[in-house]
Design a protein around this ligand. Structure first.
Ligand SMILES: Cc1cc2nc3c(=O)[nH]c(=O)nc-3n(C[C@H](O)[C@H](O)[C@H](O)COP(=O)(O)OP(=O)(O)OC[C@H]3O[C@@H](n4cnc5c(N)ncnc54)[C@H](O)[C@@H]3O)c2cc1C
Length: 452
């Protein structure tokens, strides 16, 4: 008897290609359309004000594009299931970061271009409050972009950074008021209606993502049913669903966990589900203490309530690998969690699958779940497991780092495989480069970073 959810019950991870294409087309159409709208009044302006009107027109276009980008950007980070299936949340968040920087640049260009065209507001006074509101939006955008680019350098805690990020919503509202008050096309013009529709959609998305969905998640309660210490800094939490549990996840996916009560109760953090999808909806998270939240989790109590938002992500052989094809899993430290989930699921559903698993750790003590890996090896005749330890010179297995030589020796006969790679950033970059030197195709190397 097994509790593993049958593969047929897992929803398909791959969204149809038309969803991705439509989403890209819609995003581009909205942003470029906003830019083009800025040029619509140009003919009239050139007659009125000569060549300087070009600059004003361009400035208006950059402002409209920046405002639209800000709205599209929110859709990228709002954890929309349909977009997650098409692109994966991690990729969406990288795009969110890039478009955010672009929105900042375009917004900053707006006042310079407008002033270059001869526009002026005169001395500081109450009457120019819409212009001052626009300056406030620029300050907000500047703050968000700078704290995002230099978060590490500024030693800014993640939670503080997130709160600064929420100012983007204030910026979107203030920017819209600024535009409606000053934009010629907004004041009773043709642009007012489409813009208000887009803005209403933005407000609706905000209400759903920040109010309605969290309320729904609070009803989908889990209870911690066990807390096991696996080594000095890794623990395994098992969560049992109450009513309204979500659909089974695919192996390799992650969730956002929020624990009720406790000093860091209100925070939510992403963790991969290290369990295979189970019919009874129970979930296991394997967590390494690496900061305040993850250290507090080490003392989580049985019976404590939790909410789970997810599953998300496309780091699964079910989504990314050739059906039935050879697999190579490479993990560094706690980056093993998606591999454990995938191996557990494979052992029940495709025990004959050809899998080579390389797990890099510093010392023997860092290796947890070794018994379970032995068990999986017994169940899966074509599973090869290699432990690579970087700080155990007298270990009789593989010692040192995962470099070209080791990868060629341990997996060089599997260069046609799909590779799944997860671990610390530095290790992932060097292993990905080494894999390409060994002959693995770039498009077949799938990576998951434990940073969003
Ligand atoms: C997709 C994904 C899957 C992950 N799976 C696992 C796993 O299976 N096991 C595991 O041990 N760790 C996993 N992590 C890492 C885990 O989320 C972080 O270690 C944890 O959030 C750190 O929080 P902290 O307060 O303890 O540490 P801190 O020192 O406060 O944070 C360390 C870093 O973690 C990131 N981080 C912190 N808080 C958050 C947050 N609320 N949301 C997003 N990122 C945050 C930031 O980049 C921060 O710089 C995963 C991360 C991601 C993105």
């Amino acid at each position: 008897v097994t509790d593993t959810a049958p593969q047929s019950r897992l929803d398909s991870g791959r969204a149809p290609a038309w969803i991705a294409l439509s989403a890209i087309a819609l995003g581009l159409a909205l942003v470029l359309g906003a830019g083009a709208a800025g040029f619509r009044m140009h003919g009239a302006m050139v007659r009125l004000r000569g060549a300087g009107a070009w600059w004003v027109t361009l400035g208006r276009s950059t402002a409209l594009m920046a405002a639209m980008l800000l709205m599209v950007q929110f859709a990228l980070s709002a954890r929309l299931r349909i977009l997650d299936r098409a692109f994966g949340l991690d990729r969406l968040l990288r795009l969110h970061a890039a478009t955010g920087a672009l929105a900042g640049v375009l917004a900053c260009a707006h006042p310079f271009l407008t002033y270059a065209g001869g526009y002026s507001v005169g001395p500081l006074r109450v009457a120019i409050w819409p212009q001052l509101l626009g300056a406030g939006v620029l300050l907000i955008l500047g703050l968000i972009v700078c704290t995002s680019v230099w978060r590490g350098f500024l030693l800014l805690p993640y939670e503080a950074w997130k709160w600064i990020h929420y100012l983007a919503f204030v910026g979107a509202v203030a920017g819209t008021i600024h535009g409606v008050k000053l934009g010629a096309d907004f004041r009773g013009g043709w642009l007012k209606v489409p813009w208000m529709i887009v803005f209403a959609l933005y407000v609706a998305l905000f209400a759903w993502a920040k109010v309605l969905r969290p309320m729904a998640l609070r009803k989908r309660r889990y209870t911690i049913s066990s807390v096991e210490r696996l080594n000095r800094n890794v623990c395994r939490l098992t969560l049992t669903p109450g009513s309204g549990a979500p659909a089974p996840h695919r192996p390799g996916q992650f969730v956002f966990l929020r624990l009720a009560g406790g000093p860091v109760g209100s925070q939510e953090h992403p963790f991969t589900l290290s369990s295979a999808p189970r019919s009874d909806g129970r979930l296991t998270l394997t967590i390494k203490a690496s900061g305040d939240y993850t250290s507090a989790i080490m003392s989580a109590k049985v019976g404590q309530r939790a909410t789970i938002d997810g599953p998300y992500g496309r780091f699964s052989y079910l989504d990314r690998a050739e059906k039935g094809g050879t697999l190579v899993f490479i993990a560094g430290g706690v980056g093993v969690t998606p591999m454990l989930s995938m191996l557990r699921f494979l052992s029940e559903t495709e025990p004959e699958r050809d899998v080579t698993f390389l797990w890099a750790n510093r010392t023997r003590e860092d290796v947890f779940a070794a018994d379970e890996l032995d068990q999986l090896t017994a169940q899966m005749p074509n599973l090869r497991v290699h432990h690579v330890l970087s700080r155990e010179p007298d270990y009789d297995g593989e010692v040192g780092r995962l470099d070209v030589e080791k990868l060629r020796r341990l997996a060089g006969d599997r260069t046609g495989a799909d590779v799944f790679l997860c671990g610390p950033t530095g290790m992932m970059d060097s292993v990905a480069a080494a894999l390409r030197k060994v002959g693995f195709a770039r498009g077949r190397i799938h990576a998951e970073r434990f940073a969003l």
